[in-house]
Ligand binder design. Structure first.
Ligand code: TYM
Length: 332
């Protein structure tokens, strides 16, 4: 059976981008057709300036939202990265096949390092090695497919390179995984700055729709989305990024396709109104289920405990094999 692995980082409140670009496919498709693991990757949240209590809170919230979005612990494994030591163990072994140059070429590293420096902070070494830990997350489980938004494509490419290099040098150990992306909304853009991704770690802003926003807040944010100077509704990501973003969001929420939807609308106003309602409807069951789950924190804790146990059992044989293959003496 196909092994699927994906993760979400607790660095901010989860957004419509996380949902349409990744979580929705995990719940609707991946967990039903594959042997899937979904992980709150909390170690990754320590790579930039962080508040420990906030990371803990956001980790719990992300896990709750994964379940609220429809992940079923009977069908898939939901767990927290730091509960499974194999991730950090394998990450070090992969650091011994990765190079400094390939880390520095990662687009997200360059962007995030520049942001930290602009804020007057220093860049943590873990920010540089972040993609190696991500590769360890994926490779530890013999993963075939990694369902992610567009922004993670380069990291999954690097994971493939590291797997191939390790296998060539030390003997076949890892499955070489591939990224999969949703048909539409693989990159949801910020409603106020449609040239930038809608990112949860960005400052709170009117351009970001959070999964837990109240319906009226969602409506307000979508109705105030920046559109382009033209008047006609056309789907053109380069020339009309604002309108293209709304068409993609509407297509992702309503099941249509953005080109066909562009022909249906004559004004930006009606496009925004329908997009706002479609987003409210898509998020409604997630918010409701989240509320229910918050009333039963013991249930979420139990899911995470069992998930970590299952994940450990799945990761250990591969990580042990990598340990031996690279030249380390097995513990007696
Ligand atoms: P993260 O936490 O930034 O995002 C989680 C998932 O949401 C997708 N996503 C988006 N998709 C479309 N439009 C957007 N605006 C948008 N914003 C986020 C991301 O592509 C991702 O699929 N490095 C990863 C976490 C990670 C991981 C892994 C993923 C760590 N280890 C192993 C897969 C496998 C990250 O920061 O995702």
């Amino acid at each position: 059976m196909t092994r699927v692995f994906s993760g979400i980082k607790p660095t901010g409140h989860l957004t419509l981008g996380n949902y349409l670009g990744a979580m929705r496919q995990w719940a609707a498709a991946d967990q039903h057709r594959s042997d899937a693991l979904f992980c709150v990757v909390d170690l990754h949240a320590l790579t930039v300036d962080h508040d420990p209590a906030r990371v803990r809170r956001l980790s719990r919230q992300a896990a709750t939202l994964l379940l609220a979005s429809g992940l079923d612990p009977e069908l898939c494994t939901v767990f927290v990265q730091s509960h499974v030591d194999e991730h950090a163990r394998l990450s070090y072994l992969l650091e011994c096949v990765a190079t400094d140059g390939e880390m520095r070429r990662m687009i997200q590293y360059k962007e995030k390092a520049a942001r930290e420096q602009r804020r007057g902070g220093s860049v943590r070494l873990s920010l540089l090695t972040y993609p190696v830990l991500m590769a360890a997350d994926i490779l530890a489980y013999g993963t075939d497919e990694v369902p992610v938004g567009d922004d993670q494509a380069q990291h999954v490419e690097l994971t493939r390179d590291l797997a191939v290099r390790f296998n060539q040098r030390y003997g076949h150990t890892f499955v070489v995984p591939r990224a999969t992306h949703p048909r539409v909304a693989a990159r949801v853009m910020n409603l106020q700055e449609p040239m930038s991704k809608m990112g949860k770690s960005d400052d709170v802003g009117p351009g970001i729709v959070y999964l837990l926003d109240e319906p009226d807040v969602v409506r307000k944010k979508v109705m105030r989305a920046v559109t382009d100077s033209g008047r006609e509704v056309v789907y053109d990501r380069e020339a009309r990024p604002g309108v293209a973003n709304l068409l993609e969001i509407l297509a992702a929420c309503s099941g249509g396709n953005p080109e066909a939807l562009a022909d249906v609308y004559e004004s930006y106003g009606s496009l925004k109104k329908d997009t706002a309602e479609a987003v409210v409807e898509v998020l409604r069951p997630v918010r409701e289920k989240h509320k229910e789950l918050c009333a039963d924190p013991g249930y979420v804790e139990g899911v995470l405990r069992e998930g970590a146990e299952r994940a450990r059992g799945m990761a250990r044989p591969t990580v042990d094999a990598a340990h031996r293959a690279i030249g380390l003496l097995p513990a007696a």
